[in-house]
Design a binder for this molecule. Structure first.
Ligand code: C2E
Ligand code: CA
Ligand code: CA
Ligand code: CA
Length: 278
């Protein structure tokens, strides 16, 4: 027979089918990830750029599956969000974060905070804030030790409604950081109304230091804007000494990135903390 004359459409369907089944496969594995003990957290230190002192860590989720290997969070979190699995997974993250905070109580690390990334459907969940408060109280932990990181796009979607929720969160004593700042659409007038504690300058701007004038100007503008609103700034993705120096010159108070430390599993984090002193 002649080449069966697959038209573009059937090739497309086949590709789509492959893509879909890989995705369904992943979704199926992800459903078992918690039971099978395949999730774990890594922690990236966040330091004061002037004193060098560690002020806290950011918890980042990892999924290692025997068949799929280590799946990047950008990939599986999207699938989790689209399939509602994000809810049990997020609960797992918060429970484990709380457990780690408890493990540090009574040690020299008891004031370190842990920042957790909260996805938008988790944040918009009715009971989220009350549950979080109850969980920290139940664990006898000051609420400020758990810092909530929301992306700029989470915060800006339904901004008017979110203001109330953000106020409640702050009112309950949680610190609030806006992640990936500068990448989305942020209205400056909202920024003034949002009760934020921290802005995180997106890594994409830090990447441009010291060669891209625009990225450097934007970084500078973000630091100035935040400070004029009494908001502190964390620069993420610091990979070089030059970037660290530039940020110090801007007066950016906090930073994280590979130059300081990669995200570490808990045993390595505890070692890093000891070596780092304080
Ligand atoms: P994010 O919150 O912006 O986290 C920063 C990402 O940059 C992390 O990637 C971190 O490992 C990476 N990073 C930190 N410093 C450097 C650096 O100096 N150079 C480079 N090249 N990368 C650096 P990761 O761990 O792959 O996480 C990716 C994204 O997945 C996170 O971005 C966050 O949006 C999401 N994510 C991670 N854990 C969770 C979680 O528990 N819940 C939710 N909802 N999202 C999570
Ligand atoms: Ca983050
Ligand atoms: Ca970010
Ligand atoms: Ca540029």
């Amino acid at each position: 027979a002649k080449a069966t004359g697959k038209n573009t459409f059937s090739v497309y369907k086949e590709e789509m089918g492959k893509h879909l089944s890989a995705r369904l496969q992943m979704e199926k594995h992800l459903r078992n990830a918690i039971n099978q003990d395949e999730l774990y957290l890594v922690y990236q230190p966040k330091i004061n750029l002037f004193s060098g002192q560690v002020i806290g860590v950011e918890a980042l989720l990892r999924w290692r599956n025997p068949k799929l290997g280590l799946v990047p969070p950008n990939v599986f979190i999207r699938i989790a969000e689209e399939s509602r699995m994000i809810i049990p997974i997020s609960e797992w993250v918060i429970e484990n974060t709380i457990r780690q905070l408890q493990a540090w109580q009574g040690t020299e690390y008891q004031n370190l905070s842990i920042a957790v990334n909260i996805s938008s459907n988790q944040f918009s969940h009715e009971d989220f804030i009350h549950d979080l408060a109850r969980q920290l109280d139940g664990a006898n932990l000051p609420r400020r030790l758990l810092e909530v990181e929301l992306t700029e796009s989470t915060v800006m979607t339904n901004a008017d409604e979110n203001i109330k929720r953000l106020q409640l969160l702050r009112h309950k004593g949680f610190d609030l950081a806006v992640d990936d700042f500068g990448t989305g659409y942020s209205s400056l007038s909202y920024l003034k109304r949002f009760p934020l504690t921290i802005l995180k300058i997106d890594k994409s701007f830090i990447d441009g230091v010291p060669n891209d004038d625009e990225d450097m100007s934007i970084s500078q503008a973000i630091v100035q804007l935040a400070h004029s609103l009494d908001i502190k700034v964390v620069a993420e993705g610091i990979e070089t000494h030059a970037q660290l120096e530039f940020l110090q010159e801007l007066g950016c108070e906090f930073g994280q990135g590979y130059f300081i430390s990669r995200p570490l599993e808990i045993a390595d984090l505890n070692k890093w903390l000891q070596q780092h002193g304080k």
